[in-house]
Design a binder for this molecule. Structure first.
Ligand code: 5GP
Ligand code: MG
Length: 181
């Protein structure tokens, strides 16, 4: 079975992704020089993006991971969000940069930001690979965005559909999209 047969369009190919990630990495480097940077990558969707992004930030930094699982329909405010892996590093007094795959409604990221704020970081900002401004429901401290997208369902470069397609080097849309996203 060829899983690639379900690919519809390429939204951002590997070259565009690589160039934009380097650009954002340089911006982060300029903003965080002299700070105590801790990059917190949100699993699983952001792991490929984060691997490229951190190598584009030429600064001393710590890296850690958190995993969040959201249940329920993407469009519903009553979505249930569960933290399945917490950060291990102490973020108190440090400059946290949350590395996210997508800010859609913002609910998932908002949950993590609230959770991390309890540990009293000096600052907390978000760097997202994709941002869907039309879908946003809650405010989040979004500081860096690689690409703004409309109401599409994107997969590849770490993003999945039903656990698949994370290994695609490009960000694409699918012919058969999930019913609720
Ligand atoms: P939010 O809580 O911001 O609505 O949800 C964001 C999460 O929903 C993302 O971290 C991602 O896991 C999932 N999501 C939202 N839009 C997309 C999309 O276009 N493609 C994929 N693969 N996941 C998405
Ligand atoms: Mg996510």
């Amino acid at each position: 079975m060829d899983y690639k047969k379900n690919i519809d369009k390429v939204l951002y190919d590997r070259d565009i992704l690589a160039a934009r990630v380097v650009e954002v990495g340089r911006q982060i480097r300029a903003d965080y020089a002299g700070k105590d940077l801790v990059a917190v990558t949100v699993l699983k969707g952001a792991f490929v993006f984060a691997a490229d992004l951190i190598r584009a930030i030429d600064l001393p930094m710590a890296v850690d991971f958190a995993e969040i699982i959201s249940y329920g329909e993407g469009a519903e405010i009553a979505e249930e969000v569960v933290l399945t892996k917490d950060v291990a590093v102490n973020v108190k007094g440090r400059d946290v940069l949350v590395v996210e795959d997508i800010i859609d409604t913002g609910l998932t990221t908002s949950f993590l930001v609230d959770h991390l704020r309890i540990r009293e970081p000096r600052s907390i900002h978000i760097c997202a690979l994709l941002y869907k401004p039309a879908m946003q429901r809650v405010e989040v401290p979004l500081r860096y965005v690689c690409f703004e997208v409309g109401d599409v369902f994107a997969v590849g470069y770490g993003l999945d559909y039903a656990g698949q397609y994370r290994n695609l080097p490009d960000i694409v849309t699918l012919k058969e999209i999930p019913p609720e996203e």
